[in-house]
Design a protein around this ligand. Structure first.
Ligand SMILES: *Cc1c(COP(=O)(O)O)cnc(C)c1O
Length: 403
């Protein structure tokens, strides 16, 4: 590659990243972006000719490949073809989009819902549309990158509190001038650690300090609550969240993001959020697949129970083998390895024994807390989970993570 200026800051940043990637590849420690050639029901995948147990999937209820969902997507292609005419406001809105939004608002028990083409874009556009200069947005330190980016883009005063530390959240709320608008925003289940936000206390503090509450349910939709409706159902606290955000790319095997809430909020977003007004609508197949998936969740409640059983088996088994799993109580199980190199070595051992799990290293997580971030789903069978845990145990002993 020819650089315009061979030593400016941009060039140095590019080179530093390329060097890191090349170094990992040369040492057979690079396992990102692998070509999966078959999704075998969600619990297994075919990668480079190897049939592997899948422990990096967010298809928590094992819905990816579900016949009803595939059929809905195919029917939508036959009826509406593959694209939309552009943005919803002008020419791209289909009946399918309205149906999907009605399904979501019913599922989330709200008046209305709006969809966007990705979860990332949803957080970016919703936070930055609701909040602006002079407002305060208060965010958990472990919130997803899309929330952080939305907060920064908004131009509002951006304050953070220590992860799940409700005393510090209260301090931040007290620091805000009493006459400004305040938004508290947090993940329901944290995507790196798998733990759950102290929801009852957050709700209480938002009421006390008159702050809006936005919760990102990327990892709780279909996971928490008896019928999979999420964190409010889990805590028995319906109607506690002003802006209920979620993604259509994890439990829901499609792509896209949504916000559910009061009609007025949704009308505002539909006419003010730039990702809705200036970006094309969800493709028909994805809208139809998402719509059907919500119905399957309600029709097949055994999936939620099986996910819970598998989660208990996985967390208990990993802990019993001596690994640190932080405070997880959900299907995201961090297996702490220590430094980045140990996490890469763990990954290599796992992958060489046909267990597909991936490392999360700095700067995504703090130095010294590099980990395999392993997930289980309702699609796994107990024997498969046991096999994967034995692979992790053997590797952990060889690398010196456990004794
Ligand atoms: C995955 C994720 C998103 C982004 O969703 P996409 O649909 O993949 O863009 C947002 N928030 C959290 C907490 C996530 O884990």
């Amino acid at each position: 590659m020819d650089y315009k200026n061979t030593n400016d800051a941009v060039t140095r940043r590019i080179r530093a990243m390329v060097d890191r990637v090349n170094m990992l590849k040369e040492n057979d420690l690079y396992f990102y972006n692998q070509p999966i050639s078959e999704l075998r029901g969600g619990a297994r995948v075919l990668v480079n000719g190897h049939d592997m147990g899948m422990y990096a999937s967010y298809s928590y209820l094992g819905l990816v490949g579900h016949p009803r969902i595939n059929a809905a997507a195919k029917a939508a292609v036959d009826k509406y073809a593959t694209g939309t005419h552009g943005v919803r406001t002008l020419a791209g809105s289909l009946k399918l989009h309205d149906e999907l939004e009605a399904t979501i608002s019913e599922f989330k028990n709200t008046e209305a819902a709006i969809t966007y083409t990705s979860g990332y874009v949803t957080n970016l556009t919703v936070v930055s549309t609701l909040m602006g200069r002079g407002d305060w947005v208060i965010s958990d330190k472990l919130n997803h990158a899309s929330i952080v980016d939305g907060c920064m883009m908004s131009g509002a005063e951006f304050r953070r509190f220590r992860h799940n530390d409700m005393e510090e959240l209260e301090k931040r709320l007290q620091q805000a001038p009493s006459d400004v608008s305040k938004l508290v925003v947090a993940d329901s289940v944290f995507s790196m650690d798998g733990d759950v936000i102290d929801f009852p206390r957050v709700v209480e503090l938002c009421k006390k300090y008159n702050a809006w509450l936005m919760i990102d349910e990327a990892h709780s939709l279909g996971v928490l609550g008896k019928t999979g409706r999420g964190i409010e159902e889990h805590f028995g606290m319906e109607d506690s969240i002003d802006i209920k955000m979620g993604t259509l790319s994890k439990t829901i095997p499609s792509v896209g993001g949504y916000v559910a809430g009061k009609k007025e909020i949704i009308t505002y977003l539909r006419h003010a959020s730039r990702a809705y007004i200036f970006s094309a609508a969800l493709p028909p197949a994805q809208a139809a697949a998402a719509n059907e998936a919500f119905k399957v969740i309600l029709d097949e409640p055994w999936r939620i129970q099986k996910l819970q059983v598998n989660t208990d088996q996985f967390i208990n088994g990993i802990k019993k083998r001596g690994f640190d799993t932080l405070l997880t109580s959900t299907a995201i199980v961090p297996i702490i390895c220590g430094n980045d190199e140990r996490a890469f070595l763990m990954t290599r051992e796992a992958q060489h024994h046909d267990v597909f799990a991936l490392p999360v290293v700095s700067p995504a997580v703090p130095d010294g807390l590099a980990r395999l971030r392993a997930t289980v789903t309702a699609a796994h069978e107990p024997e498969e989970i046991e096999y994967a845990m034995n692979v992790f145990e053997k590797a952990g002993k060889e690398i010196g993570i456990i004794s």
